[in-house]
Design a protein around this ligand. Sequence first.
Ligand code: ZN
Length: 729
Amino acid sequence: MRRLTTILSIATMISTCVACRSGKENLPNPFFEEWTTPYGVPPFDRIRTYHYTPAFERAMSLHNEQIAAIVANADEPTFENTIAAYDGAGQMLANVANIFSMMCAGDTSEQLQAVEEQMVPLLAAHDDEIKMNAALFARIKQVYDKRNSIDLSPVQVRLTEKTYNDFVRCGANLSDADKARLKQINEALSLASVRFGNNILAENNNFALELEGTDLDGLPASVCDAARETAKQAGKTDKYIFTLHKPSLIPLLTYSSRRDLRERIYKAYRNRCNHGDEYDNKGIINDIIRLRTEKAHLLGYESYAAYVTADEMALSPRNVYALLDEIWTPALEKAKEELEQMTELFRRDVADENEQFASWDWWYYAEKVRRQNYTINEEMLRCYFSLDNVRQGVFNLANRLYAITFRPIAVPLYDDEVSAFEVLDSDESHLGVLYFDFYPRAGKSQGAWCGYFRAPSHDADGNRVAPVVGIVCNFPRPTISTPSLLSLDETLTLFHEFGHALHFLFSDAAYNGLMDVEGDFVELPSQIMENWALEPEMLKTYAVHYRTNDIIGNTYIDRLHQSALFNQGFATTELVAAALTDMDIHSMKEYKETDISAFEYNALYERRGLIPQIEPRYRYPYFAHIFSGGYSAGYYFYIWAEVLDKDAFEAFRESGDTFNRRIAESFRAQILSRGGEADGMTLYTNFRGKQPDKTPMLKSRGLWKEPEEQENATADGVTLATDNTTTNQ
Ligand SMILES: [Zn+2]
């Protein structure tokens, strides 16, 4: 996932409000200085939590002055004195906010959370003040109205349109009364999102499953070692501790022959923030949905999903549902077949007919089927995916495709376990700095993401400002006997996040306001990297056994590929289920107080026939992507972008060389370096020469049926629909 937190998206554009005075505004503060660190990276060794509030205060006030100067300009509005001037304003604020937002996600503390709860509503208010500044908007509108009759480049026209639309979407055209209400809503929403995320963090940290003796039945030694490490860190040397972090949870679900323990940890994971206590998120969700629905109405949309998708490639909820619905039925069918295979094995273990295969059994029996049918298992694979080797693998890939190189560097770090590299272009010029932060910590959110401490941009003289990028993961730590060994899934995650990093590192968009792409386009650069990870030629460069140094063999690679479609019914169903619940709850036309659990049950099990053995990948109370991340009414982004990435990868395949340098250069030139200089569909068709085709995605998930098997197949039925003739706005 790419980190698109509320703070980040608010702050990159923003300005007014008087922050509570911290009393520390006049003390030395690294944010008030020019940084003399190598490559100008943040001086993490000097930044303290108490520096943020005064830095935000000063940055917002500076931004306000810059905005006031644009408004006060007596000259007629031009692209330069209005659009470009606005685009260049707020740099200090963006710089502070970028670092702050990365720290809140990756390395927070109670003190930092307190600053976050204080700052986020102020930042939201600051952004609103600017977006609803009538005098500023009047100037922007004047340039917008004449954009096609004055001498502007296509990129300048694009920036003018994006800026104008952004203001309109933020309420610039509303009456004063509606503007005031929208400000209240945004402030409340920003705070609700922060609380939502912090509750999840607390729930994750509040749970520990302490095991000993026969509790460990079925678990491989490496999994036990990792649990022992966790226990040691908690000061319990005689125990094994499992947590709700994925690297701990998934191995237990996959290998533990103790069904009772699988059930216990699974239920703990599934019921996070759903206990009716201080960390319960159900009330917050109701607040968020109520406020988002009201916001959509104020801005002229029938639902929040309609508001969001109008600005994406998808254009409308109808187009999103069309894709999701098309995948849902074949995926569910396939999942039912997978369940049948597993139930046979389950019955051998559990003779009691009253006991049914349950959702917490899925990982365990899927692994058994994998072993039986493909003679391959996750633990054997792990030995080939040591973290260092996988990282070398992504470096190799980037070098092969784009001829870029990586050099370890010594720079200030925010944690001892973080490492940093300079990224050099093919001509040895500096592209940017890349940090890796791999292991779980109490102050780190779950999952993996890529963001930046400094955005790629251009300074006032048009010189490129190189980005400082961070990849943050929650991979298993090394143990006494092994280095950090990644599962197949975690290996793909590193390739994925690295793809986001390349998108930032290559970005050369002409203006700050043109750096972002649509949400349903954003996962194209990341997901396409996953396609290369398992190419035999690629595997042989990095999949090396950590003990024997043997390169992964052909038999093994063949088995890996044969098993690629296995369990895809389940994986697709749980993903699409989450995307559907997200769209459903955000498609509410009139808010009414909602029993969240009943809503989910109705949406998936009653209406769409989901089987009880599968749950959506995220349940509402801990669905951080949509309630505290940047993916509200946007969890579909992943599957939408998968259509793009699989089809884009076909371009390499069709050339007969999956590492084709010429096509890679075109991918960089047309997509990775362009930011949002054009809309996603234009960027994509510029690269591909045609619109994206859904077939490769369906094939890769084992869901493709030849046209004669499909009902109502049409010649153009396979392209990604972006029908904009819809009643939804
Ligand atoms: Zn991503």
